[in-house]
Design a protein around this ligand. Sequence first.
Ligand code: GLV
Length: 331
Amino acid sequence: MKPSVLVTRAIFPDVIERLSQYFDVDDNQPDLVLDATALRQRLAGKAGVLANAADRIDADVIAALPGLRAVCNMAVGYNNLDVPALTAAGIVATNTPDVLTETTADFGWALLMATARRVTESEHYLRAGKWERWSYDMLVGMDLYGSTLGILGMGRIGQGLARRAAGFGMQVLYHNRSQLPADMEQSLNARYVSKADLLKQSDHLILVLPYSPESHHAIGAPELALMKPTATLINLARGGIVDDGALAAALRDRKIFGAGLDVFEGEPSVHPDLLTVANVVLTPHIASASEKTRRAMANLAADNLIAALDAGPQAGKPATVINPEVMPKRR
Ligand code: GLV
């Protein structure tokens, strides 16, 4: 008998077909919302799950699923998973790094440019029929070229952003849990500074750090108060890293120039105050959403699931394991 797996969200049909060669697949192609109770019910009796970043798999869920052996996220972020609890239970956890790095960095650049040059605000202005004549200060924005880019969280995506900054003649400052080796700093032309200096000196600040209890509200009212009134803030990382209420107030009071947000606290809900300020660009968590990259993410998550459940050509060797220490003692 084939092991059973759950795919929690709709996904490319050929990926479901591929999984079906190895598993009895419980899919969700109608893409129904599975709340915590429904998710737990659908996980009963499953050996593995191809999960989405919104599916919370916590210690209680894990304790109720003695047959679960692999949790494979179709996302690079994995704050939806209780990794220590998975590891203690001998369950393999995987994510999808690398395949989305450049697409996500591209989107960070799109948000940055849209925010600094007020692209969406300009379009709304035009569509509303407000464009009657040229004016010297109509929708003026902030320059990218020659400005200082701050990157909070210098992982793969942060490094992709730093590489892009070179083409815009930007100085790159960064802050991270650990400083990069000197040769990497040199090749990225990036200088390590304290978080306070990053906040004070950046013309444009992009957040690309993982969400964790330590990074909860890493940007709140005190941090926003350190930023330049001409600065922009881009959140490409996770909701909860920014205190969205405090940000909406700072934008309303022009404490900073603008913000571009792809992720939100409590998404898909958006803080109502953010919807009332003009100087923010809002997108629905689409930074990795190119056709090619979403396919690559789905295929990597599926390959991880197949391998983690000891099937397919890479049996026992999933490519991108979050908790490699579990491998010798996995269920
Ligand atoms: C998207 O947010 C991801 O973590 O891949």
